[in-house]
Write a protein that binds this ligand. Sequence first.
Ligand SMILES: Cc1cc2nc3c(=O)[nH]c(=O)nc-3n(C[C@H](O)[C@H](O)[C@H](O)COP(=O)(O)OP(=O)(O)OC[C@H]3O[C@@H](n4cnc5c(N)ncnc54)[C@H](O)[C@@H]3O)c2cc1C
Length: 284
Amino acid sequence: MKAPSFAYAKPRSLDEVFALAEKHGEDAKLLAGGQTLLATLNMRLSSPALLIDITGVPGLAGIAVQGNVVRIGALTTHRAIERSPEIASHLPLLAQAAPHIAHVAIRNAGTLGGSLAHGDPAAEWPACCVALDATIVVAAKSGERRVKAREFYRGLFETALGAGEVITAVEFPVPGAGYRNAFLELARRHGDYAIVGVAALAKAAGGTLSDARLAFVGAGPTPILARSAMAAIEGKKLGADAIAAAQAALAKDLAPTGDLNGSPATKLHLARVLCGRALTLLAS
Ligand SMILES: Cc1cc2nc3c(=O)[nH]c(=O)nc-3n(C[C@H](O)[C@H](O)[C@H](O)COP(=O)(O)OP(=O)(O)OC[C@H]3O[C@@H](n4cnc5c(N)ncnc54)[C@H](O)[C@@H]3O)c2cc1C
């Protein structure tokens, strides 16, 4: 199918974006990499009268290390994150997750901000942001605000973004020395959206994990921080008992829905398998 007809604007500043967004309200949609939006137009799932292409706005792309924080602009592509030496050394979890996002052609165009705004619970970046306790920077005509990734997701494809708001950047605190990372996911084919996945990191010392963060992909309506499982292993020497306790606790944390890929029980089982593998990697 082809997209319905729409008007197109390519503003050169955020102020112009805000003015267009205010004038056209719900009839307008922001366009970044287009890797989700254009597909939904082609499938006639959405029919905005105006696309506001934000790729001409300066200052929204790039990766900057600012002390203990890495700031990634919203228009930074998945591929740029995947290939960045700064990301590899400061936020290796993102470097591990990026190759799981679709295929290279899509990663060359798709952006961090677009993925976070779309809010697909099966997407990799939202879970990584939750695991890393990132802050999402949002701008509007009224000014700028910062929202913790852990508070950004409200429901299925539902975020804290208000009318006329634009994600401009994401700020990631750099985990200190001694943290280890693991990003694991199961998909039918490489490049497909995850059936279930986990973004994991923890401080590892002598086989004991502390400050463990386990954020699950595809295990509920939003990315889910598995607080019960995290509590089950906090400060414990990681052995079969601790892993089994974390896996059992996932029943309290996760709320997978059944679909063509499996029943809720199957997905919970897969999440437990990934949890065990991730914890083993973190502690080894
Ligand atoms: C075949 C295929 C497979 C894919 N597989 C995966 C996958 O495995 N994992 C995965 O995570 N993704 C996958 N994707 C989606 C891809 O990652 C997209 O790039 C991403 O979801 C959206 O980013 P975008 O820049 O393309 O956004 P767009 O498509 O341009 O926009 C998406 C939505 O976000 C809004 N938006 C965009 N930027 C902003 C902003 N800065 N502020 C506020 N709102 C904004 C738009 O208005 C729109 O509603 C796949 C896509 C395709 C076509």
